[in-house]
Design a protein around this ligand. Structure first.
Ligand code: SF4
Ligand code: SF4
Length: 101
């Protein structure tokens, strides 16, 4: 595109970017985002752990019972855990805010 046309378009239409993180950011429909886990709904069948190819889910046996652990830095957001969970205890949300300390 001609640079003058581009300049004119940007001048008249405004920016197409968003003021992240200082404003609301658009989320595409059906975005595969952060995994959410609902402990009371979990039966401990461990199907999610079995189907997770990168090993982002792990259950450890503790004296209190099974402990759920999940690593979003290993997750590839395939959604298989969500698909195979019989009780919807694990669901894939459209939340893309993954940064944490
Ligand atoms: S598949 Fe669902 S019910 Fe089974 S262990 Fe995973 S979260 Fe719990
Ligand atoms: S979305 Fe895929 S990679 Fe991420 S935890 Fe679930 S099964 Fe594992």
């Amino acid at each position: 595109m001609n640079i003058l046309k581009l300049f004119y378009r940007n001048l008249t239409q405004g920016p197409s970017t968003v003021a992240f993180p200082f404003g609301p950011a658009w989320t595409p429909p059906k975005l595969r985002g952060r995994i959410r886990f609902d402990l009371p709904a979990c039966t401990g069948c461990r199907a999610c752990e079995q189907v997770c190819a990168p090993g982002a889910i792990r259950f450890d046996k503790t004296p209190e019972g099974l402990r759920f652990m999940m690593w979003h830095n290993s997750c590839v957001f395939c959604g298989l855990c969500n698909f195979y969970c019989p009780t919807d205890a694990i669901v894939q949300s459209d939340d893309w805010h993954l940064a944490h300390p």
